[in-house]
Design a protein. Structure first.
Length: 710
């Protein structure tokens, strides 16, 4: 990553890159197109584009034999860059030590597709296009070797970055063949390896990004240092709809290191020679804020509003049969209401971005999941064309969906416009936790009509909460059970509170609500919760059923437990993956809950890197247990109450249970990995709490007072 802040620091654009590598001696370049979500389908065919294929990714074999992969997915600790290169190396029969991951372009506007990393899509989007492109490169290298030796192509074998001809004991390195291969036609339908032939896919080689992270060479957004750079932080209104009424900066300007204080749109910026001085200067500011129109807004008032709204039918999202009539005929009706809080992403690296605004041009450095959106935001704020924004996508210390928003870029450019040098705007944890883009707070009312044997004959689910609709209803339209008469309706609200995609999006609240309520139905029917789900899932979702059965078997479901100890079970399907979870808990006499063990079983189709998936599950379970037992964002006086880890705690190492991760073998195409681990643990834990205490948990985080003995 360049540290210069001038035009010369711009890395080659897509067009410049193509021009550079297409010259004599450059090697073999395979261009291909990786689509957005439609590409996750097995029968997806690239749409025709008049005049050109319009690629957005490349495999480049240089004359030294290095295999470069140029793609735009953001690595934020999930290990997807390693998995992506494994797919290329596998199909090309390459040498793992010669694989190179290239950075995303510095002009996202020149990229054909939107650069956006989210939705657990990196591996499942790339699965077909990247393997096809790698196979094309392999076949062209084989053809080049066959022509050079004058032998049939089928006698040439690709292995370990080399083409070999066994009959004559000859071999050529890929680098020696790259130029000749580049002159050959690209095969349309190269043969792809089957699962039985995989050597690298399904294994866990060392991650490519870890050595530099361990040794400290990796540069995250906050590590960036540029010549003459200033640091800034911004005092912002505590209320979401608030504004600055007045301020006195006299004390702030007396703080050593503070060089300036400026009013900017939405706040007051303090500029300094280092971050500490900027933060101390902000503390010294005397600012009066106007709370705005929602000064009386609170979590309690929002919940009361939701309950009032839920009295009336909402907009129907899905209806099957006639659930009202079926409910009237049911032998028993089960009813429950659930209250889910706002949640903050709380990534370890605070929100930050660096910008340098020059005459007619902007340069930005930011750890982001959305480079295209970030570039467009910078252009809008600075009033320049998008192609005049040089955009460096830095590595980020955690995202979980928070970095899908470009407020970091907006603030950085806005603040930097006041100066003629680069400015790094850093938001304290208090800043970005109280001004987050939260997982929605939602309210749910569910009713199930059961027949004489206890099986559901009717199911209704009403949801109230902020949009967008996809986030609000994610996963609720198609629960993984046979539910013959069904209705989902909703009231979509706008409370003026920023919301965004939290890891696994709406599946986090929907899995908790549906799986908790399904447990209630099982107990109302006098049935074992595992067997009850098993029966209802058999026809509706066989792949999830296999996970459910494996989780129950590996956890020794139903084994005897101690006093106020129990097991709970839950399962969920999302992002084309299937996960079941068994949690074991102990509830102390004072009501505190200890999770003793978590067992997961999942089906992700073909697993490219098992260790990476296990790591995602372990981290996902910790995040899920944190949301179950500890964390929530509450609203008071129109703003967020929680501001840092002292009042938004996360699970500690001592509180983290053993997490067993098991995989159901599958040869289906890969499904998502980063988000599916999060939805099942909360309902599994709360179902276990009920089994241990007889107390139902319908509001998170768990309130220990309700579980206290005596």
């Amino acid at each position: 990553m360049s540290s210069k802040s001038s035009k010369s620091s711009k890395e080659p654009s897509r067009r410049e890159f193509l021009k550079a590598v297409s010259g004599v001696g450059a090697g073999l370049l395979i261009a291909f197109y990786v689509p957005w979500l439609e590409g996750c389908q097995d029968d997806w065919i690239p749409p025709p584009v008049e005049g050109a294929m319009r690629p957005n990714a490349w495999i480049w074999v240089d004359t030294e034999g290095l295999i470069h992969v140029i793609f735009d997915e953001h690595e934020m600790g999930q290990g997807s860059s390693t998995g992506f290169l494994q797919m290329v190396c596998e199909e090309m029969e390459g040498d793992w030590k010669k694989m190179v991951w290239e950075p995303v372009p510095t002009d996202p506007s020149s990229w054909i597709r939107t650069i956006h990393t989210g939705g657990s899509t990196t591996i499942r989007l790339g699965w077909n296009p990247i393997r096809t492109a790698a196979a094309q490169a392999r076949e062209m290298l084989r053809s080049a070797a066959a022509q050079r030796w004058g032998v049939p192509e089928e006698e040439c074998e690709a292995r370990e970055n080399t083409i070999r001809h066994a009959a004559t004991d000859r071999s050529l390195e890929y680098g020696e063949l790259a130029l000749a291969a580049s002159a050959l036609p690209v095969p349309d339908h190269p043969p792809l390896k089957g699962p039985d032939a995989y050597r690298l896919v399904g294994s866990s080689p060392d991650r490519l990004d870890l050595p530099d992270k361990v040794t400290g060479r990796t540069q995250f957004g906050m590590d960036l240092r540029l010549p003459d750079m200033l640091f800034a932080t911004v005092a912002r209104p505590p209320a979401f709809q608030g504004s600055v009424r007045s301020y006195d900066d006299a004390a702030a300007r007396q703080v050593p290191g503070v060089v300036d204080v400026r009013a900017v749109e939405g706040g007051v910026a303090v500029y300094a020679t280092d971050t500490w001085a900027a933060m101390k200067g902000k503390e010294a500011l005397d600012v009066t804020f106007d709370p705005g129109p929602n000064a009386d807004q609170s979590s309690e008032s929002l919940l009361a509003h939701c309950k009032e709204v839920a009295r009336e039918p909402g907009e129907v999202a899905r209806r099957e049969g006639n659930p009202d009539r079926a409910m009237e005929r049911a032998d028993r009706v089960v009813e429950s209401a659930f209250d889910m809080p706002f949640l903050d992403h709380a990534p370890m690296e605070p929100l930050n971005a660096t910008a340098h605004v020059r005459e007619g041009e902007v340069e930005v450095w930011v750890p982001t999941q959305v480079a295209t959106k970030g570039q467009a935001t910078a252009a809008r704020v600075a009033g320049v064309p998008e192609e005049k924004v040089i955009f460096h996508s830095m590595l980020s210390g955690g995202g979980f969906g928070r970095r899908l928003n470009s407020d970091d870029v907006e603030w950085a450019v806005r603040v930097a416009m006041e100066k003629d040098v680069p400015v790094q705007t850093v938001h304290t944890r208090e800043d970005f936790m109280t001004h987050g883009f939260y997982r929605q707070a939602t309210y749910h009312e569910l009713r199930a009509g059961l027949d004489a044997d206890g099986w559901p004959v009717a199911w209704t689910h009403r949801v109230v909460g902020p949009g967008p609709q996809w986030d609000l209803l994610d996963g609720a339209r198609n629960p993984p059970y046979r539910l013959p008469d069904f209705r989902l309706d909703y009231h979509m609200e706008d409370w003026g509170i920023p919301t965004g995609a939290w890891r696994s999006v709406g599946n986090t609240h929907m899995a908790f609500v549906v799986e908790s309520f399904m447990d209630e139905c099982a107990h109302a029917a006098g049935a074992d919760p595992f067997q009850y789900r098993r029966h209802l899932m058999r026809e509706a979702n066989p792949r999830l059923l296999a996970c459910l059965e494996m989780a129950a078997e590996r956890a020794d479901w139903g084994r005897p437990m101690g006093e106020r100890q129990a097991q709970g079970i839950a399962a969920w399907a999302c992002f084309q993956s299937y996960v079941a979870c068994v949690a074991e808990v102990t509830v102390a006499p004072d009501g505190s809950v200890r999770v003793d063990r978590v067992v997961t079983a999942s089906d992700h189709g073909i697993i490219v890197n098992p260790d990476a998936v296990r790591a995602q599950f372990q981290g996902g379970v910790v995040m899920a247990l944190t949301a179950t037992l500890k964390s929530a964002i509450h609203i008071r006086n129109g703003g967020a109450v929680e501001s840092n880890f002292h009042d938004y705690p996360i699970l500690t190492m001592g509180e983290t249970p053993p997490v067993e991760v098991h995989f159901v073998p599958s040869t289906e195409r890969p499904g998502g990995v980063g988000e599916p681990p999060v939805p099942p643990p909360p309902p599994a834990v709360c179902n276990a709490i009920y089994a241990a205490t007889g107390v139902r948990v319908r509001k998170l985080p768990v309130e220990k007072e309700r579980l206290r003995l005596g």
